[in-house]
Design a protein around this ligand. Structure first.
Ligand code: ATP
Ligand code: MG
Length: 212
């Protein structure tokens, strides 16, 4: 089974993934946790370029780099893990591309669909948990332990996060629309709820849908 988590930076994806992985391993379900971009030697180098570098990258270059990282991860790790019966939990997948490069950067959605189909070999998650949070709230979380001004800029943030508040508003609207269009696969969760409330909902939904 392939479970993906989506949401803007700081929405709580890593927090919920760790909680879910603990719950699944307590039930002896073999679980692999992966994140995008990254997960293979080549994909991790692409991650470095995309997030930790200060290079200017064009929107189309960014799309292709994320997609190259995805192709490596899907073919090298995700497909083999699924084939051996493991549950894969993925921190971001192609919905991030539609939200960030499509709604955020404004790239053509048809172009994105073709490149997504190629980079994923057509692989689609069984279920996607979307953590919905306003960008202003996400910023508060990011800067919770600092006295820095709340802004999508500065060295504490990665290259994507420095894209600005309007960008993040567009990404959030994008996610909400993607969730509406793919309602059979998407579960929208209010990221303002407590960590435990969200986790319990995720467990309940997995139980309902898959008997997990
Ligand atoms: N439901 C919640 N309520 C309040 N704070 C939360 C909640 N979930 C996570 N947090 C806190 O918000 C911060 C960001 O959470 P987390 O790192 O899980 O987000 P993320 O979506 O993985 O972010 P990124 O995309 O940057 O990796 C952390 O400090 C975390 O403890
Ligand atoms: Mg995270």
């Amino acid at each position: 089974m392939l479970i993906t988590f989506e949401g803007i930076d700081g929405a709580g994806k890593s927090t919920q993934i760790n909680e879910l992985a603990d719950a699944l391993s307590a039930r002896d379900i073999e679980t692999v946790i992966l994140r995008e971009p990254g997960g293979t030697a080549v994909a991790e180098q692409i991650r470095h370029l995309l997030l930790e570098s200060s290079h200017e990258i064009s929107p189309i270059g960014e799309l292709l780099l994320f997609s190259a990282s995805r192709a490596e991860l899907v073919q090298g790790v995700i497909m083999p893990a699924l084939a051996s019966g493991k549950t894969v939990i993925l921190d971001r997948f192609f919905d991030s591309t539609t939200a960030y490069q499509g709604y955020g950067r404004g790239l053509d959605k048809e172009l994105l669909r073709s490149i997504i189909a190629i980079s994923t070999c057509g692989l689609t998650p069984d279920i996607t948990f979307y953590l919905d949070l306003a960008p202003e709230e996400a910023l508060k979380r990011k800067f919770a332990k600092t006295s820095l001004p709340l802004a999508f800029e500065g060295d504490e943030l990665d290259r994507m996060e420095r894209s600005g508040l309007e960008f993040y508003h567009n990404v959030r609207q994008g996610y909400l629309e993607i969730a509406r269009i793919n309602s059979e696969r998407f579960v929208c969760l209010n990221a303002l709820d407590s960590i435990t409330v969200i986790h319990d909902r995720i467990i309940a939904l997995l139980g309902e849908r898959f008997g997990a």
